[in-house]
Design a protein around this ligand. Structure first.
Ligand code: ADP
Ligand code: ASP
Ligand code: MG
Length: 406
């Protein structure tokens, strides 16, 4: 049995008209001889609207109740899409995550999939049904509803495809992975093939087109992912092992930018390794995702440490620092909320040197200060003042040939 898992994102099912078009696309695949399992996200901006509803009731909604609320979004789209398929003469059935026992960890709003019970899906497929599954959600051992984090339907799709031994296609509102979010760089170029490693870096650094954990999981199971447009037949992008020949000639494959981080600089820390351990240990315990770190010892033997974290984690991070300050009143910190974190990513950086120098030269020539910088084998990430974001993207995009040739 040739099984394919197709995932349709929120914009692809934003209206009932679009839901009917998606149904036609699924039917076409069915007619090609595939058994089709479909993962769907909530319609359009539904999840954002649900979040706003919660925020209108309370500033800090209980994570458990948030999951109870957010899981309703996908329940609407799966039922409507299934109705559309049936009305077109194709037997279909919808399931929520808990119904399929998509078992997750219990960490609400950032749950991780542990296992999926596939017998219901297999039975339905054997009975010639198209199976429509709610993305983004699961259930704990104690029958509590969970969600996987924003954008998590991609991960639902990859997990289900891996478990079913199926191929996996992600359909969205762009016709593939671009060198940079086309909303931020109009002339960005579409990529035919990108490695898991590069896509993981891009996704974690702000390329919201794919959920990071989906790519991580695909890499783990060596499952190639096709990313393409729901409403056009233009050829999309393969996320797979290794790169293409063309890619090996290119040093930089793509770029990503994020405005979702802030920079905290802690001053007057006792200069010892145990201070660093305490600071980042506590951040880790409270699940604050620290990204870039730089540290310096000052002349008076104190240490200052600067690091970036997601905006949403600011109050937790400040809570940790405030507690510490009670023991050590000299401890101070500054928060910079106006940074853009920009990254260039490319497997080619393993074999080509000089990328960092070129980035710094471009920024220096344009008088743009770097706030903090980190590198890994295949990426360079730096933060600049938010007002420079657009300009930097354009400068770097042109310098590293990430734009379509004129
Ligand atoms: P879906 O609802 O289908 O999951 P998303 O909004 O999560 O869609 O992802 C699609 C969006 O991702 C695109 O509209 C695009 O603006 C954005 N995006 C960010 N980075 C990239 C990139 N490198 N290539 C393509 N799209 C990108
Ligand atoms: N509906 C969820 C969200 O908006 C999941 C997803 O779209 O992947 O984040
Ligand atoms: Mg998405």
């Amino acid at each position: 049995m040739k099984i394919v898992v197709q995932k349709y994102g929120g914009t692809s099912v934003g209206t009932t008209e679009k839901i009917k078009q998606v149904a036609d696309k699924i039917i076409k695949k069915r007619e090609e001889g595939y058994r089709v399992v479909v993962i769907v996200s909530a319609m359009g901006k539904t999840t954002d609207e649900l979040v706003s509803l919660a925020k209108a009731v309370t500033e800090q909604p209980e994570p458990r109740e948030m999951d109870m609320l957010l899981t309703t979004g996908e329940q609407i789209s799966i039922s409507l899409l299934t109705m559309a398929l049936i009305s077109k003469g194709y037997p279909a059935v919808s399931y929520t995550g808990p119904q399929l026992y998509i078992q997750t960890t219990s960490s609400h709003q950032k749950a991780r999939i542990k296992d999926i019970e596939t017998s219901k899906v297999m039975n339905a497929l054997e009975n010639d049904k198209i199976v429509v599954v709610a993305g983004f959600q699961g259930v704990t051992e104690d029958q509590e509803y969970t969600t996987l984090g924003r954008g998590g339907s991609d991960t639902s799709a990859v997990a289900l495809a891996a478990k079913l031994g199926a191929s996996c296609e992600i359909y969205t509102d762009v016709d593939g992975i671009y060198t940079m979010d086309p909303r931020k760089l109009k002339k960005a170029r579409k990529i035919d093939r990108i490695s898991y490693e590069e896509m993981m870096e891009m996704a974690s650094l702000g390329a919201g087109v794919m959920h990071y954990r989906a790519v991580e999981l695909a890499n783990k199971y060596k499952l190639p992912l096709y990313v393409g447009s729901t409403f056009s037949n233009v050829k999309g992008t393969m996320i797979a092992h290794g790169g293409s020949e063309v890619m090996e000639e290119t040093v930089i494959t793509g770029m990503a930018s994020s405005l979702d981080d802030i920079q905290i600089t802690v001053l007057n820390l006792p200069s010892s390794i145990s201070s660093l351990y305490r600071l980042f240990g506590q951040m880790g315990e409270k699940e604050v995702n620290v990204d870039m770190i730089s540290q310096m010892i000052t002349d008076d033997g104190k240490m200052y440490v600067s690091f970036t974290i997601p905006k949403d984690d600011l109050s937790i991070a400040e809570g940790i620092l405030k507690e510490w300050q009670q023991e050590d009143p000299l401890l101070r910190w500054e928060v910079n909320t106006d940074i853009a974190k920009i990254s260039v990513v490319g497997l080619g950086m393993r074999t080509h040197s000089g990328v960092a120098a070129k980035v710094f030269e471009i920024l220096a020539d344009n008088n743009i200060a770097i706030k903090i910088v980190t590198t890994s084998e295949i990426k360079i990430t730096f933060a600049v003042d938010k007002i420079h974001e657009e300009k930097v993207i354009e400068l770097i995009g042109n310098a590293f040939e990430l734009v379509v040739a004129e």
